[in-house]
Design a protein around this ligand. Structure first.
Ligand SMILES: [Zn+2]
Length: 272
C-alpha cells in the first residue's frame, strides 16, 4: 500500500497517513454537527468554552481524543468557510478563499482590523460589496471572492475544499495527505502605497544605476541573507559586519552600525 503507484502500491507514504485520511471522516461530524451527541460529549470534556478547531489535548487526553485531534490536523489543511451571511467568518483570520489551498485573503494595506467579519463586505442587498473588496484585497483575490456569491439566508459553514459537494471523503483526504503541505504565504508587504513609491523612483533626478538600486531595495531584490534564504539558498542569517541582527535589507541600509555611521557622516538624519 505504501509503494508508489508505479510500483503497484496506493502511493501512500506510510500507513499512518492512510489511517489519517480514513479516520478524518470521524472527526468531520465534530466540526459540522456541534449539536450531535458525540460533539456534546467531547465538548463537555475537552473544549467546553471554545470551538472544536481550537481544542487542545488537555491534561489527560484519552486515546480516542488524541486520535481525533490527529485526524483534525488533516481536516484543518483542507477546510474553509463557505460564506452565507458572513457573520461568523473573520476576514483576516479564517480560511475562506480557495487558491491552491484554502487560505485567508492577502491584504493590500498593512493595517487591518482583525475583528472585521466577512458580513461587513456584503451589501444590504446581499451581494458582494465590490468597492470594499477592491479596497481591501488584491485583484486576484477579489476575483476569487466574486466567483462565490454570499447568501444572506444561510449561516457560514465549514466545507471540505477538495470535494464537489463540500463534504469530506476518504479519496480526496488521501490525496491531500500525500501532498506536500503548502504553507500559507506570509501576508505580503507589497502594498499599493509601496507601488506608488516605486513609480516615484523614476522621477528622482539622479543616475540610472541609483534609481535601479532604489527599485531593487523596494522590490526586495537584493542579495542579503534574508532574501537569499527566502529563495532557498544557504546564507548565514546574522549580519557579518556587526553580528548584531539578521541581515535583512532594512538592517543593511538602516539598522546596522556600519549603515548608521555612513548616514551620520553624510549628515543625513536617520529615519526613525
Ligand atoms: Zn549589521
Amino acid at each position: 500500500m505504501c509503494k508508489s503507484k508505479s510500483e503497484g502500491g496506493l502511493g501512500f507514504r506510510d500507513i499512518e497517513e492512510f489511517n489519517q485520511a480514513l479516520l478524518a471522516k470521524q472527526a468531520w461530524p465534530l466540526l459540522l454537527e456541534p449539536q450531535s451527541l458525540l460533539s456534546r460529549i467531547y465538548r463537555a470534556k475537552y473544549y467546553a468554552d471554545m470551538e472544536f478547531l481550537e481544542a487542545s489535548h488537555g491534561s489527560r487526553p484519552s486515546y480516542a481524543w488524541r486520535s481525533i485531534l490527529f485526524r483534525r490536523e488533516l481536516l484543518e489543511r483542507g477546510i474553509m468557510k463557505s460564506i452565507g451571511d458572513g457573520k461568523s467568518t473573520r476576514v483576516w483570520l479564517d480560511n475562506w478563499v480557495m487558491d491552491k489551498a484554502p487560505r485567508r485573503p492577502m491584504n493590500k494595506e498593512t493595517s487591518m482590523n482583525l475583528r472585521l467579519s466577512v458580513s461587513a463586505l456584503i451589501t444590504a442587498h446581499g451581494s458582494w460589496d465590490f468597492m470594499k473588496l477592491n479596497e481591501l484585497f488584491l485583484k486576484g483575490d477579489v476575483d476569487r471572492i466574486m466567483s462565490f456569491p454570499p447568501n444572506k439566508n444561510y449561516k457560514d459553514e465549514w466545507i471540505w475544499a477538495y470535494s464537489k459537494n463540500g463534504k469530506y471523503n476518504v479519496k480526496s483526504g488521501s490525496w491531500l495527505v500525500a501532498q506536500p503541505i503548502i504553507y500559507q504565504e506570509p501576508l505580503p508587504v507589497e502594498t499599493s502605497h509601496q507601488n506608488k513609491l516605486k513609480s516615484k523612483i523614476w522621477e528622482v533626478d539622479t543616475m540610472l544605476k541609483i534609481k535601479m538600486f532604489m527599485w531593487c531595495v523596494l522590490s526586495g531584490a537584493f542579495a542579503v541573507a534574508e532574501c537569499l534564504r527566502a529563495h532557498g539558498m544557504q546564507a548565514i542569517q546574522i549580519c557579518q559586519i556587526c553580528k548584531n541582527g539578521n541581515e535583512s535589507i532594512v538592517h543593511v541600509l538602516v539598522e546596522c552600525d556600519m549603515a548608521k555611521q555612513v548616514w551620520l557622516k553624510a549628515k543625513i538624519p536617520l529615519l526613525q
